[in-house]
Design a protein around this ligand. Structure first.
Ligand SMILES: CC(C)(COP(=O)(O)OP(=O)(O)OC[C@H]1O[C@@H](n2cnc3c(N)ncnc32)[C@H](O)[C@@H]1OP(=O)(O)O)[C@@H](O)C(=O)NCCC(=O)NCCS
Length: 294
């Protein structure tokens, strides 16, 4: 791995410098990205040699099994584990699957225990990010799945930032310019998703989803905003120069508040945005300021 990225100076991210950890791409041949990272060329976070696995090869099925085992464990508590056929029909065939993997022979015991790893497998996935292209005319992608082993590990055993960096890697590698996605209002993932670009709320209350308290978002991907996830203070002068409080806030725990926000969106009073830095400086259940463009 080449050194040189300012990101690697962060001691909490030293696992990124470990030769036993690699980003992986699990994409059928036809969906491979011709010039990875070209659109976000100024980002130097991923000099690693990328591990490529082809999901349509029978001999790679063990890697798919291990991804799904991780995913089932990570999403089990929320009741949203992905059925195996959804992984194939909705992710592998149309989309792009990526994450970080660890050389199995060098796995820490804590990870080995929570994932129930078998020694015969050379690489063990530690995280998963799935994006799928949408029908939108401007080439928007949808973030379909994000999970990491951190949600299963004690704090001291975690790979700090691996969830955030898995999504970063996928957006960077696949040259994604616009990405929408969905999550639940009090999920820790709101903190991650709101740092990839200005975070526009498309739906605040979503009864068509299995969980109505789901929000749908869109970001125009801006790698310049990504370091703020780690520094926590943001080049956010920039955000606050461009956005002002819209005059109301949202209570992630209160259905009435979410429905009222949704009604505003349906009346086309927006577009409305959340401020990434605010999401990481408050508790997951705290009220959040809603912003409008200046
Ligand atoms: C949500 C998820 C992807 C986050 O990934 P992660 O690897 O745990 O998070 P990262 O290490 O990249 O980032 C750490 C930061 O995320 C936030 N975070 C992560 N887990 C958190 C939690 N349980 N509570 C509050 N904040 C949390 C914090 O801001 C944390 O930084 P800090 O420790 O300095 O406060 C992961 O926890 C997960 O797989 N959860 C289960 C599946 C899921 O809900 N996925 C989201 C679907 S949209």
């Amino acid at each position: 791995m080449a050194a040189g990225s300012s990101l690697f100076a962060n001691d909490r991210l030293k696992w990124m410098r470990d030769e036993n950890v690699r980003p992986y791409v699990f994409v059928r041949d036809e969906n491979r990205i011709p010039q990875p990272g070209q659109h976000h060329a100024k980002l130097d976070w991923f000099p690693h040699e990328v591990l490529y696995k082809n999901p349509l090869k029978m001999d790679e099925v063990g890697f798919a099994d291990r991804i799904l085992s991780l995913e089932t464990k990570a999403f089990g508590p929320s009741g949203m584990a992905m059925p195996r056929w959804v992984f194939y029909d909705c992710a592998i065939v149309p989309g792009f699957v990526a994450g970080f993997a660890h050389r199995t022979s060098a796995l820490p015991a804590s990870v080995r225990n929570v994932l129930g790893v078998e020694d015969g497998d050379e690489w063990t996935p530690l995280s998963l990010f799935i994006i799928i292209p949408t029908m939108s005319r401007d080439g928007e992608w949808v973030a379909h799945n994000l999970c990491s082993v951190n949600s299963l590990l004690a704090k001291e055993d975690q790979f700090y930032g691996i969830g955030f960096l898995s999504k970063s890697f996928g957006l960077w590698y696949a040259n994604v310019k616009t990405c929408c996605g969905m999550t639940q209002w009090t999920s820790p993932s709101v903190r991650l998703h709101s740092h990839y670009g200005d975070f526009e709320i498309l739906t605040a209350y979503t009864p068509v989803h299995s969980y109505s308290r789901t929000l749908t978002y869109r970001v125009k991907v801006d790698v310049g905003m990504w370091p703020a996830f780690f520094t926590k203070k943001a080049e956010d002068g920039d955000f606050l120069n461009r956005y002002v409080p819209a005059g109301f806030d949202v209570d992630p725990t209160d259905e009435k508040s979410l429905i009222s926000f949704q009604r505003r969106l349906e009346r086309r009073e927006g577009p409305y945005f959340l401020h990434g830095t605010e999401t990481i400086s408050k508790a997951l259940t705290d009220r959040l300021t809603v912003f409008k463009k200046k």
